[in-house]
Design a protein around this ligand. Structure first.
Ligand code: CDT
Length: 304
């Protein structure tokens, strides 16, 4: 019997440096209303969805850096999104920069929350794989300072029961690592949401620019097929403060097929009615229990 979940992947167009969170939340609320109108039970937003992607800039002043982070979720500016979700009865996933005080010190994470249809947070994730560099690279047209501004996530990869199935989250660069998806699959995820901010060019490797879109799709599609789950990638797209970012927000079925994809680089909803049961069917085909036997694969000793 099918288990339907109608999902909206809410691609964001660029957010300018001086756009306030309140303005951005208004855009997200408009997308949420439209998703509800189109019969969606769930809407997924991008990585760091409330502001421009500030790791592209060198920021020295600590207070200035902190201002890009959320100290509470929901906070005063994001509360309207939670209120609207509860009013409409729609669940959502939201990526944001998180400033927490843990172990008596300030800690910064690249995070996302999973929110139920009554507006309650039911899951939290902190990005595990941080790309980029720590030092300033003055010759680059833009920076990629995630390793400077964030700590590696300390919550692992978790899954949560909800929306008629089991849901997982990962964030942007996590999608390039097979371990992220396999752990989520082994923990039962039937659908995984992954927001991203991916420049469509790599300043230090221009010879690879033509592969950026291909590598993105390769990750999303192979993850879905190899693990028998739905993968939903949600972009912050378009030219944001001079950085040209990939769109290609898409929903991929457990067969590995792209079933819905964005056609613009702006705010755009990508909607699909997903049968979560397809995940069960594909996994039955693979039969992990019988065929996936790490104990037969030989000892892993990395050779350098
Ligand atoms: N946000 C993020 O993780 N971006 C990286 C850029 C890497 S450049 C190839 C990504 O993996 O998309």
């Amino acid at each position: 019997m099918p288990r339907w979940l109608t999902v909206a992947a809410a691609q964001s167009g660029p957010i300018s440096r001086d756009e306030t969170r309140a303005d951005v939340v208004e855009r997200l609320v408009a997308q949420m209303r439209e998703a509800h109108k189109q019969g969606c039970q769930f809407i997924a937003f991008p990585e760091v969805a409330l502001t421009a992607f500030f790791p592209h800039w060198w920021i020295e002043d600590e207070a200035e850096l902190d201002a890009w982070f959320e100290t509470e979720m929901p906070g005063p500016d994001s509360q309207p999104l939670f209120d609207e979700a509860a009013r409409l009865g729609i669940g959502f996933q939201l990526g944001y920069a998180e400033l927490a005080v843990e172990d008596g010190r300030k800690r910064r994470f690249n995070s996302s929350v999973l929110v139920s249809a009554d507006g309650a947070i039911i899951g939290r994730f902190r990005k595990m794989h941080l790309p980029g560099h720590i030092e300033r690279r003055p010759d680059n047209p833009f920076q990629n300072l995630e390793q400077r501004y964030f700590e590696r996530g300390n919550l692992g990869f978790q899954t949560w029961a909800g929306f008629g199935g089991r849901v997982g989250m990962c964030i942007c660069n996590d999608r390039r690592w097979p371990e992220s998806w396999r752990v989520l699959a082994l923990k039962g995820a039937e659908i995984v949401f992954c927001g991203y901010n991916t420049p469509d060019n790599i300043p230090e490797h221009p010879e690879m620019d033509h592969l950026v879109a291909f590598h993105h799709q390769l990750c999303m599609q192979s993850a879905a097929y190899l693990n028998g789950m739905w993968t939903v990638g949600v972009a912050k797209a378009g030219i944001e403060e001079g950085v040209s970012q990939l769109g290609l927000t898409s929903i991929v079925a457990p067969s590995g097929q792209i079933v819905a994809q964005a056609s613009t680089l702006g705010d755009e909803l990508v909607v699909y009615r997903c049968d979560l049961d397809l995940s069960t069917e594909h996994r039955r085909l693979f039969n992990f229990e019988r065929n996936r036997r790490p104990e037969f694969y030989g000892q892993i000793s990395e050779q350098k």
